[in-house]
Write a protein that binds this ligand. Structure first.
Ligand code: COA
Ligand code: NAP
Length: 264
């Protein structure tokens, strides 16, 4: 991907940035020369991601192990990154969990697990980063999902959690906007080669069905989402605050829901 923005000297932290879409976002920032921090639960994934990111950036790459459900662990990791690099210019919060299941088949703990990771985890990440964010001039980007705006069968837990994420975005855009700290969400569409798509569209038949519902008639790639993040993190988006931006080929405009009966 060609570097369209210059983040040299900037510090970017991506929570959940060790695989899939979020790693694609971290790589895009790294290619523009930022110092980059990523973190997630699994040491092996963190190590692999940091090694790759270090090769891409002219700055430095840092990795942290934490579960976003553990507020203290998130706080320690983000404070550690801030201590290494100084202030944080761009924060991306994208850790999430998903499995397709009907509401009456999801245990209380299953529903809670997804809400705790997606919604509470996002709050933990934002709260931990807030004292370290560049103000004015900082940018926070929460990775949402079409489930935030399109109700879907087999996705009640994810729909509830991601709708909550977008409301957190909008509330904190108001609270923090006065300090020059912008908060926005990005809604990726169906992105090829990711864990999320593997879980929701595991068969070629499901994949074809999904593509058929995307107005642009293709899957997205992580770079499609990363470009939206590069924009939102930059001065070009200096007055963009509280928006829920889609990078979904128009998918959410159709109100198309995934028909997940075939998966479960
Ligand atoms: N159907 C129904 N319930 C399920 C399920 C499924 N496919 N997968 C997990 N659960 C339930 C479990 O049964 C458990 O509930 P219980 O204790 O009442 O039995 C609960 O969810 C938590 O499961 P556990 O495996 O202990 O959770 P975890 O905290 O280790 O993992 C998940 C969280 C379930 C979200 C896991 O899938 C995950 O870590 N996902 C991250 C990767 C991902 O989803 N990527 C795509 C992002 S879009
Ligand atoms: P992914 O590769 O599974 O990415 C999830 C990331 O979050 C991983 O780095 C994972 O690493 C980390 N993570 C998961 N649970 C965590 C926890 N409890 N604490 C800390 N880190 C945790 O999935 P993806 O499909 O690329 O999805 C990335 C984001 O895009 C998610 O927010 C998802 O909702 C959103 N999205 C995806 C699609 C899609 O088509 N895939 C569409 C719309 C929106 P560890 O396993 O090491 O923790």
């Amino acid at each position: 991907m060609k570097a369209e923005f210059n983040y040299a000297g900037c510090n970017v932290f991506v929570a959940g940035g060790t695989s899939g879409i979020n790693l694609g976002i971290a790589e895009a920032f790294a290619r523009t020369g930022s110092n980059i921090g990523v973190g997630s639960r699994k040491q092996e994934k963190v190590g692999r991601a940091v090694a790759g990111l270090a090769k891409l950036t002219t700055g430095k790459a840092f990795g942290y192990c934490f579960d976003v459900r553990n507020a203290k662990a998130v706080e320690t990791a983000i404070a550690g990154f801030a201590e290494e690099v100084g202030r944080i210019d761009v924060l991306v919060s994208g850790a999430a969990g998903n499995f397709p299941a009907l509401a009456h088949d999801i245990s209380v703990n299953g529903f809670k697990a997804v809400v705790d990771i997606d919604l509470l985890g996002t709050y933990h990440v934002m709260k931990a980063a807030y004292p370290h964010m560049k103000k004015p001039g900082g940018s926070i980007i929460n990775i949402s999902a079409p489930q935030a705006v399109v109700p879907m069968s087999h996705q009640v837990h994810v729909c509830a959690a991601k709708a909550g994420v977008d409301m957190v975005t909008r509330c904190l855009a108001i609270e923090w906007g006065g300090e020059g700290l912008r908060v926005n969400s990005v809604i990726p569409g169906p992105i090829d080669g990711t864990e999320g798509m593997a879980r929701l569209a595991p068969t070629s038949e499901m994949r074809e069905r999904v593509v058929g519902t995307v107005p642009m008639r293709r899957f997205g790639v992580p770079e499609d989402v990363a470009r939206a993040c590069l924009f939102l993190g930059s001065e070009a988006a200096g007055f963009v605050n509280g928006t829920i931006m889609t990078a979904d080929g128009g998918w959410t405009q159709t109100g198309a829901a995934l028909e997940l009966d075939a998966v479960t």
